[in-house]
Design a protein around this ligand. Structure first.
Ligand code: ADP
Length: 477
């Protein structure tokens, strides 16, 4: 009998994606299934989910879920034939421009998702399937462990995974009854943090085990600097907390197979990569010059991503002959700043303010250096994609960036272990110094190619991480 695990999450590639969480949900369950786990996913019934799959069948129904109206548990076959569940509540999930759109129903929207996850864990899906373990991802699913803790009968074990502690799902205490939480769940030893309801704290308090997405981030969140007010709880539960690095979906993120690239390439045909650089310069309107290093950015634009540091040091990068290719959206002020940089530097700064999965592939394949200057980065996926596409990442030493990029110090270069450039202080001069080192090494074509090859040869596939999740699940039974 294989182990049965139900993941509950708000995002899953390719149906609904706001960030890296979607990539994880799009890949981890398949990796677990390859290890023999019956891994299934419950998603909110957003339009992208309901239209993304065919032949939904209804397994269970509720007349009214948290004031959103009728709720239906639907099941369909996912891309690989494994079942995917969707919770259809048109009142909550239809017509939203963004999954986390802050409408007044935000708490109930995801409270209902968590509640139905717990309901499947306790009572089954209505068609004879019941998970051994519930795996809750981030705050939208984080009430599920709390519902399970207060349910009668033997408790279904749950794992709460933190993909980003900075988003906790804070709401007024008046929301507690609206999301059907028992009053006892709201307190210091429960879902309350500084007088507010924190969905994530509920999950971290009531789940059987906790995990996050890199070993360094698992340490950082136990400190006042990285704990977002939850460091006490997380240190207290440190024996139940592990950091497991995210992997890369190596089929999807593969420069040899990506349908988005002009010229596919791999380690054995690295010389073909330069055609992608030329194509990117042409596509974006950058000056056509193979000798100019292009720095790439593909990111949500928000303070935590540290892109303001890059803007502060942009002039010296451009003055030294560099170019910038940027793709991102988010904070309006930052979008405007990048828009301005594009207008002010024709031929040297170019890109797109918006979301574009296909262009993202071409940026990874065409740029020479890839910047992830995050103030905070639980794991980070883009630096892993950059490594695989032969664009050495330039990152700040934090969270998963610290765990996955080896700085090109003279010693690491000599040892052949270097894969990118790492800086410490979240300040523009520190980033500028890393850029200067990058520019210098770029001039040494042989050394640069060794750096690219080392990164491309690394295996950040899901298999090793899925094995660690499996061990964790087994320890919970
Ligand atoms: P986060 O989850 O904090 O956004 P990650 O690095 O874990 O950061 O994951 C970001 C994911 O979103 C990656 O797959 C990245 O390629 C993608 N992404 C971010 N911004 C854009 C964009 N503007 N267009 C296309 N893909 C984007």
């Amino acid at each position: 009998m294989s182990l049965k695990v139900l993941s509950v999450a708000a995002e899953c590639f390719p149906f609904v994606k706001a960030g890296g969480l979607a990539d994880v949900l799009g890949a981890l369950p398949s990796a677990l299934r390859r290890l023999g786990v019956d891994a299934r996913v419950l998603l909110p019934g957003f339009e992208g989910v309901l239209k993304g799959l065919k032949s939904w069948e209804c397994l269970r129904e509720w007349p009214d879920l948290m004031g959103g109206g009728k709720g239906r548990l639907l099941r369909a076959s996912g891309p690989e034939g494994a079942p995917i569940y969707a919770l259809e509540i048109p009142g909550f999930f239809e017509g939203l421009p963004h999954p986390y759109e802050p409408r007044p129903d935000l708490a109930r929207r995801f409270g209902a998702l968590s509640w139905v996850g717990a309901e499947i864990a306790k009572e089954g899906d209505g068609a004879g399937w019941k998970p051994d373990i519930l795996h809750a991802h981030d705050w939208p699913a984080a009430l599920a462990p709390a519902y399970l803790a207060f349910a009668p009968g033997p408790r279904v074990p749950s794992l709460m995974t933190i993909h980003n502690l900075a988003y906790q799902g804070f709401f007024s205490p008046s929301v507690v009854p609206e999301v059907w939480l028992p009053a006892e769940a709201y307190g210091m030893e429960g879902a309350e943090l500084n007088g507010r309801l924190s969905f994530l704290k509920a999950g971290l308090h009531f789940a059987t085990k906790l995990s996050t997405v890199s070993p360094t981030y698992a340490q950082e969140i136990q400190t006042p600097a990285g704990g977002c007010g939850l460091e006490g709880l997380l240190s207290w539960r440190s024996r139940d907390l592990v950091g497991i690095l995210n992997g890369v979906d190596q089929e999807h993120w593969d420069p040899a197979r990506s349908p988005h690239l002009r010229v596919p390439y791999d380690l054995d045909h690295l010389n073909r990569r330069c055609a992608n650089k030329a194509a990117l310069q042409e596509e974006l309107g950058l000056e056509q010059d193979p000798g100019r290093p292009i720095l790439g950015v593909v990111s949500r634009m928000e303070e935590l991503k540290g892109l303001d540091l890059l803007l502060s040091d942009l002039d010296s990068w451009l003055d030294s002959g560099g170019q910038l290719a940027v793709l991102g959206s988010g904070n309006p002020g930052m979008e405007e700043a990048f828009h301005f940089a594009i207008l002010a530097n024709p031929g040297r700064v170019a890109g797109k303010i918006g979301y574009d999965e296909s262009l993202a592939h071409r940026i990874f394949a065409g740029v020479d250096l890839f910047a992830v200057p995050s103030r905070l980065e639980p794991c980070g996926l883009t630096q892993l994609y950059a490594l695989r596409y032969g664009a050495p990442p330039l990152v700040r030493r934090t969270g998963g960036l610290a765990d996955t990029v080896v700085d090109a110090t003279p010693a690491n270069l000599a040892a052949g272990t270097a894969t990118g450039f790492v800086f410490d202080a979240p300040e523009a001069p520190a980033l500028g110094e890393a850029l200067r080192r990058g520019r210098e090494l770029f001039r040494d074509k042989q050394a640069w190619e060794r750096l690219q090859r080392r990164g491309m040869a690394l295996d950040f596939g899901w298999e090793a991480s899925a094995r660690r999740y499996l061990e964790l699940f087994e320890s919970m039974l």
